[in-house]
Design a protein around this ligand. Structure first.
Ligand SMILES: Cc1cc2nc3c(=O)[nH]c(=O)nc-3n(C[C@H](O)[C@H](O)[C@H](O)COP(=O)(O)OP(=O)(O)OC[C@H]3O[C@@H](n4cnc5c(N)ncnc54)[C@H](O)[C@@H]3O)c2cc1C
Length: 397
């Protein structure tokens, strides 16, 4: 159902809305604007209409009939046909929630030549998979991905819709939630069903990780959440599981799309903080770019990645891709070793839920020690090489 309201008396047929609509959702018919199913309520047309003939309904229909919404959905993120591990973690939790609600679990697989990913989604717990397989979906773009998911959600009305809190997942979730007029809880660290109300309890850190907030979406559907990496365990796949793959027709062409992918530039130093189980992070205390060398060595011996505080990144000692914190990456490794990092609230926001935190700092009063599981008061240039040596010996045995 198109969302836009058109006041036919006020419309002067100037066509400004038709020209500006990024989704081809408006036409002029007999001198009056007419909206079609492609409307996503983006409101671009409302802003250009010289006579205020266009508007959106104040109260969306989704506010009214929460009972009509059924099922748990998970977006399965993939790149070049390889599903990302966060997708299977989401499927695992999606399965638990769906079983508690007594409702099916649906996976949404979008991409090009991704039949295999759809089959894997069933092995990881999906009862049904919506498979949109089309060349325009080969690389992730917000516009076509959001359009397809919004259309499916409007038609099939899921009760809960989960996405991984990866860069793409956060981007897509925001777009889909906006178009569906529903709430979205980003970066959750816990999801459970309230047995009395059947509402999804969405828990996430707030105020820089100092409190945990539990958020409900009582009046809108779907209840949408993104979940941080490695919050949930991926279940073991069961290749014998049976499920239904529902092909989704995609009629998009490149001409319909606003964004074009020009090129991919691979970063010189690949950093995958999100997947790392061990992170050795350095702050201003490392003293310069060369100060990261002992940290790299320790990370290498432990099979981990190197992180950094913003102070080190701003100083130009290490690229931004390594930054952990409020304006950097959010990580949750098994082990986070903070070297020469004071523990500012903005840094904690990105790492406070790590399973074990080891802080190495020469100031015994450094706030990082309040958070650390284990604290070592000392000079990182003595402590880190000593740890590297010991781990090298132990891990060789
Ligand atoms: C809006 C906003 C967003 C921000 N986002 C982020 C973010 O995403 N991530 C982030 O990290 N920060 C962020 N910050 C900055 C944050 O407030 C801090 O300034 C920053 O985290 C400090 O980095 P640091 O701990 O490395 O440096 P410092 O606070 O200067 O701490 C250095 C520490 O190293 C110790 N030290 C020095 N030499 C040694 C040695 N040889 N051995 C052992 N210890 C030593 C010192 O005792 C000290 O505790 C943000 C700030 C703002 C305002």
């Amino acid at each position: 159902m198109p969302l836009l309201l058109i006041d036919k008396q006020a419309c002067i047929g100037c066509g400004a809305c038709v020209d500006v609509c990024p989704f081809g959702a408006l036409d002029l018919v007999e001198g009056v604007a007419v909206v079609n199913e492609n409307c996503t309520a983006c409101s671009a047309c409302i802003e250009v209409c010289p006579t205020n003939a266009l508007s959106l309904p104040e109260k969306p229909a989704a506010d009214l009939e929460t009972q009509a919404y059924q099922g748990v959905w998970v977006w399965v993120e993939q790149f070049n046909g390889q599903a990302s591990s966060i997708s299977w973690e989401m499927m695992g939790q999606g399965r638990i929630l769906a079983d508690q609600l007594g409702t099916p679990l649906t996976a949404c697989v979008l991409g090009y030549r991704v039949q295999k990913v759809a089959e894997q989604a069933i092995a990881y717990g999906a009862d049904r998979v919506f498979l949109a397989d089309h060349p325009t979906l080969h690389v992730y773009r917000t516009d076509p991905y959001a359009r397809i998911l919004v259309k499916l959600a409007r038609e099939y009305k899921p009760e809960i819709f989960l996405l991984g809190a990866s860069s793409r997942g956060r981007d897509l979730a925001g777009s889909v939630a906006t178009h569906l007029y529903t709430g979205l809880t980003a970066d959750c660290t816990g999801l459970e069903i309230d047995p009395e109300t059947r509402l999804l309890r969405q828990t996430r850190p707030a105020y820089g990780g100092n409190i945990m907030a539990t958020i409900l979406t009582p009046r809108h559907r779907p209840q949408m959440a993104t979940v941080r990496h490695r919050v949930f365990e991926a279940p073991p796949p069961d290749p014998k599981r049976q499920g239904q793959i529902v092909p989704v027709p995609v009629t998009l062409t490149e001409e319909d799309l606003v964004t074009k992918v020009v090129d991919f530039i691979v970063e010189a130093e690949e950093v995958n903080l999100a997947d790392a189980r061990i992170i050795v992070a350095g702050g201003r205390g490392v003293g310069g770019p060369e100060g990261f060398e002992p940290l790299r060595e320790l990370a290498h011996v432990l099979g981990g990645a190197v992180g950094a505080s913003r102070a080190a990144v701003d100083a130009g000692w290490i690229p931004y891709a390594h930054q952990v914190g409020q304006t950097g990456r959010t990580v949750r490794p098994d082990l986070y070793i903070a070297c020469g990092i004071s523990g500012a609230i903005q840094h904690r926001a990105g790492m406070s839920t790590s399973r074990v935190i080891v802080a190495i700092n020469k100031d015994p009063e450094a706030p990082i020690f309040d958070l650390a599981t284990y604290g070592i008061v000392g000079d990182l240039f003595e402590v880190v090489p000593a740890l590297t040596e010991q781990f090298r010996k132990k891990l060789k045995q």
